[in-house]
Design a protein around this ligand. Structure first.
Ligand code: MN3
Length: 211
């Protein structure tokens, strides 16, 4: 993700949602999308920029670079950048790997990766199960590990897979803010419904980028 130049120097920017708030109905409701994008993601970006204002020498890094080198960051902003930079990079991926009239069976190269997990049904089950079992807030992921192996895993809070040197191919947000208005406590129903909005073209693009 590119940074933008502002009056205060280089800054991270909230990316525009690539479709309308209501576009993912009935699977994800418009109010959830609006709050999630404008308020939650918006706050991660402002908090990240506010932290980096204290150490401007880190401002020209992309958020992916910040995540990869989080342990080298000044201690007074390390946790803030980890949480809010993680929130920024995770959500920037999230909006793009969804689309209206998405879902269906995976095609292209990602279908071959998914087959190595025992087929699409087994893949979805494991991906959803990791999200369901994540206690509290977090994400469920398919990542490409350092060794080139593909893995299904979950992370707590806004921890980005980049923190551990993994490349996030696709992930679903299991924070309550992602689903509570429509699904209340039924996280499992949200996880199942989410496959109807998956954007396989973008996931195939990320698969190439991660190589
Ligand atoms: Mn979220």
């Amino acid at each position: 993700m590119a940074n933008i130049i502002t009056e205060k120097g280089v800054a991270h920017e909230l990316p525009a949602l690539p479709y309308d708030f209501a576009a993912l109905e009935p699977y994800i409701d418009a109010q959830t999308m609006q709050l999630h994008h404008d308020k939650h993601h918006g706050a991660y970006v402002s908090n990240l920029n506010a932290a980096l204002d204290k150490h401007p020498e880190w401002k020209d890094r992309t958020v992916e670079e910040l995540m990869r080198s989080v342990n080298s960051l000044p201690e007074d902003i390390r946790a803030t950048v980890r949480n809010n930079g993680g929130g920024h990079v995770n959500h920037s991926m999230f909006w793009k790997i969804m689309k209206p009239n998405g879902g269906g069976n995976p095609g292209g190269e990602i279908a071959r990766v998914i087959d190595t997990f025992g087929g699409f049904e087994a893949f979805k089950e494991k991906f959803n199960d990791n999200g369901l079992k994540r206690f509290g807030s977090g994400w469920t992921w398919l990542v490409r590990g350092k060794s080139g192996r593909y893995e299904l895993l979950s992370t707590p809070n806004q921890d980005s897979p980049f923190l551990d040197g993994n490349f996030p191919i696709m992930g679903n947000d299991v924070w309550e803010h992602a689903y509570y208005l429509k699904y209340q406590n039924r996280r499992g129903d949200y996880l199942k419904a989410w496959w109807n909005v998956v954007n396989w073209d973008e996931i195939n693009r990320r698969l190439k980028e991660g190589r």
